[in-house]
Design a protein around this ligand. Structure first.
Ligand code: FJE
Ligand code: FE
Length: 321
């Protein structure tokens, strides 16, 4: 979907990598279980299929009912879209969207199955306003889209895009555990992404029988989303807790060192994303693609969009190709 994301009043190209303020002295993960105290699983949410956009179907893992528990996260969708379905021109204000492409299949006609764009990530800060369309150009596009709230002081900042191709994303491997560090730090390596709301976004693949302990700052909220697992494979929190199947959000409780995970399958890999963030602790008022602190700010946003002002200037004549 990369090439299909069109930008209205934005700063595409003005990507500022290399400065990271959010994770100061987080110790990296340890591969030994000694002394590591994992948070425990307090809730599981199966991401049910639902219709969204224009003919698209998504699995929604995080929605309004999880927003309090998972502050600063607003939404998590696992999408699978094929043309002509997609998400035509729509606005956003007040938060960030992170889109991780998991799988892209190009046209059958070529008889080549390629996933050249798989692994790319777009970290979009909507700020005061963007209008974009997210339409697939290839046969099948699978991925994740996460919405991260912005604090009141950052809701009206200029929009920004950080685009990472798969090759730009730091990767590490130890003891049968692979990680792609999309945001934050793991196994001693750091992502170049600048997160306004301090966020960790790690994409893990555990080989059969592998285990891992990931440090997470104590005050942060954290969840996992299981993308792929063998029967009975995905075990979180403690080694004897009940396994979680694919398409489930696993919400962890507060405190302790971080999160432990085991792949108990003897033949299949376990793939999941681990996402953590510093809670903002402000009221959330959401109206579709606008997320503000008060109803008055939402009313103002609807007016701004309607009259193409205060960040929505391009709404008047913008049309994505
Ligand atoms: C949106 C309805 C929507 N999940 N996953 C209402 F569909 C959308 C929207 C998306 C979206 C886009 C992608 Cl690429 C992946 C998604 C919802 O665009 F923003 C609102 N408000
Ligand atoms: Fe969008």
């Amino acid at each position: 979907m990369k090439a299909a994301i069109n930008i209205a009043n934005t700063l595409r190209g003005l990507v500022t990598f290399g400065f990271i303020r959010n994770i100061k002295s987080m110790s990296s993960s340890s591969s030994s279980s000694q002394n590591f105290v994992s948070r425990s699983v307090i809730k599981k949410v199966f991401a049910k299929l639902q219709k969204e956009g224009d003919g698209a179907v998504v699995r929604r893992g995080i929605s309004r009912s999880e927003q309090k528990l998972l502050d600063p996260f607003l939404m998590l969708d696992e999408f699978s879209v094929s043309p002509p379905a997609g998400f035509p021109d729509h606005p956003h204000r007040g938060f960030e969207t992170v889109t991780e492409e998991l799988l892209i299949k190009i046209s059958k006609a070529t008889r080549v199955q390629s996933n050249i764009y798989a692994g790319d990530v777009q970290w979009m800060t909507a700020g005061r306003g963007i209008i974009h369309s997210e339409m697939p150009e290839e046969e099948v596009n699978k991925g994740l889209q996460l919405w991260i709230n912005l604090s009141s002081s950052e809701k009206m900042i200029e929009p920004n895009y950080q685009e990472l191709s798969s090759a730009d994303i730091p990767k590490a491997e130890q003891n049968g555990v692979q990680v792609k560090v999309i945001a934050g730090e793991s196994m001693g390596i750091q992502s170049p992404v600048y997160t306004r709301t301090p966020t960790m976004f790690l994409d893990f693949t555990l080989g059969p029988g592998a285990q891992f302990h990931q440090n997470v700052p104590e005050s942060w909220n954290v969840f996992a989303y299981v993308l792929e697992s063998g029967e009975g494979g995905a075990v979180f929190g403690s080694s004897n807790s009940s396994p979680v199947s694919a398409h489930n959000v696993v919400v962890f409780g507060q405190g302790n060192d971080g999160v432990s995970v085991w792949n108990k399958s003897s033949s299949k890999i376990l793939r999941f994303v681990l996402i953590a963030g510093e809670p903002i602790g402000e009221p959330v008022v959401q109206y579709g693609p606008f997320v503000m602190n008060t109803q008055a700010e939402i009313d103002m946003t609807i007016e701004d969009y309607h009259y193409s002002k205060n960040g929505f200037e391009m709404a008047k004549y913008w049309k994505s190709q």
